[in-house]
Design a protein around this ligand. Sequence first.
Ligand code: GLU
Length: 488
Amino acid sequence: MTDVDKEVRVRFAPSPTGYFHVGGARTALYNWLFARQHGGKLILRIEDTDTERSDSSWTEGILKALEWLHIDIDEGPYFQSQRKDLYLAAAEKLFLSGHAYACDCTRDDIENRKKEDSKPGYDNYCRERGLVPGEGRALRFRVPDTGVTIVNDLVRGEVEFANVSIEDFVLVKSNGDPLFVLAVVVDDQDMDITHIIRAEEHLPTTPKALLLWKALSNKRLPVFAHLPVLVNEKRQKLSKRRDRVAVEDYREMGILPEAMFNYLTVLGWAPKDGSEIFQPEKALAEFDLGQVNHSPAFFDEKRLLFFNGQYIRSLADEDFMARGVPYLGKAYPGLGNEEIMRVFMPLASVTKERVATLAECVDLLSFLFDDPFSPDQDDYQKLVKESDFAGELIKDFLDRFKKALYQDDENSFPDSEKGVDIESIKAILVECADALGIKLAKAQAPIRVSVLGKRAGLPLFEALEVLGPKKVMARLENALADLAKNAK
Ligand code: GLU
């Protein structure tokens, strides 16, 4: 465990410039775990200084996603766009103390002065010119020419940067806008942040942040933890152009928040006993920022689906159904929830066993709701081609089914009010299979494709029972008529 002797205050500081990325969610989660473990505070800071790319709808998305993941925030959100005065006051302080200087070089000026052998970055041209800040002038930080800046990182250990390799970076642009690096340090000091847990991509700017931090105050330095980058199966950094990265997309496809929470937790860390699927309590008890791996973490969608399947199967049937209903409601907007639930409930437990996401419920249960109904054409054509017995079997099944339904003596099958129960349906198909001399499994295919629409899906007899005799018979009649047409 990481030693902490001061109230822990961590921040999650997303930039609202796009869909909320799974990498951002992992950062938020690790901050949350750390704060909760130490009885500390988690602050949310929206870094919206880039006015062209920031949008309040992205902020909304971040807030919703955090809530969905049960990552609760103690303070904030604070918005950097509302704190500009603070950054400019800090900039002035840095100028007055000599840590910063005004610079009127344009990008072209800098480029034109560059010789082939000059080092990259700014050439310190204005360092000693004694310009006063004003319009058209940027403010640059005076980076020491000698010495090193050491980042003390819980994940990476000590990372040393030679000051000479750091250019005199811009704090305030020539148009008067403070830059990100300044805003972050001012805020981290102002908000008393003790631990900065963030993505690895920020490590290169961390020495700048430390130099600034020391120039601005003698507050105790924060402890850093730079989290490993997330990569795809080709070991490429996850990118929104290439990979599915938006938390919202996963939510839409029916990933459960608890599965996402769990999966994000193991992207860079694992409990000592090597378990992967566990409740948040275990993460809270055992998570150790100091044990976070620094090599890239593979965001494996297949693994997430596996986690999700496990979580789905652990839900009570009612809970599973309640979570699946909105997906069906979206696919069939004409149906009311009650109508959906009436047929979903008896199939909830068998559906639960067969889906990896909630959205897959739609595919598995579509036979109940599709109106008009038509079987999957590929599966249907295969059926026509492969089975010379399909017509015969369907006809036989239909006859026996009707008989079962309408027979009325005391040994009868249930009447048409009640439908035909699972055992009876199975018994009928066994009889049909026997009559044709084929196995039961083989006899199922024509009925399944004709009535449920696909070769694979829910257990046939349960599905037929819930669908009800009217629809079963109508679909079988249609299939028969169709097969007869095809045979001509
Ligand atoms: N706003 C930055 C981002 O979204 C995070 C900066 C930080 O955590 O210091 O990547």
